[in-house]
Design a protein around this ligand. Sequence first.
Ligand SMILES: O=C(O)CCC(=O)C(=O)O
Length: 219
Amino acid sequence: MSGMLLPREHNEVAPGAVHVPDWLDGAEQRRIVEACRRWAVGPVPMRSARLPGGRRMSVQTVCLGWHWQPYKYSRTADDAGGGQVAELPEWMAELGRRAVSAAYRDEDAGREYCPDTALINYYDDAAAMGMHQDKDEKTDAPVVSLSIGDNCVFRFGNTETRTKPYTDVELHSGDLFVFGGPSRFAYHGVPKTYPGTSDPECGMKQGRINITMRRTGME
Ligand SMILES: O=C(O)CCC(=O)C(=O)O
């Protein structure tokens, strides 16, 4: 049910995969959106990454800390002008620690979390993301995912196949989703967004931003 009749609650979708609705308040969302607008123009411009088969992804991405291109990390954006990737700011790493504590209701798990990259994805009305695993990292530290802007369907599956069984979760602006432990390498994707559902209080009039923080394990 996508309406607000039923309360949206802290929910463990699969072992180690937790949805925390309305985790970011309006001011935090606006601050993040402002920062994303700056990062989108440089030092590495936001771009649609090219897949090995030649097709471009429909989402546009800019990275912090480490640059990701399918399917590796580097310090320079070799597929997007060659610039040096912007640093992951300490305030964002701290947000990641708070996110892990909140999702797992465990202060120690949060304290131990040290993300060193963030992928910032922008979805226009037509963008989607196919089922995939986040497996270019050399660690199994959790992935912290923040959503701002339009609502979307986030499909969270299993570690074996891109197909069923999976759970469809509706993510709204300000929602947090963390996946680690037995779910760290689960397939997941975004089959669709709901254009026009963004609450202007979040600082975006259209589209959806998703930020995933990760620990690459790169030296
Ligand atoms: O947009 C989302 O919620 C998911 C993003 C994602 O799966 C990724 O960046 O690997």
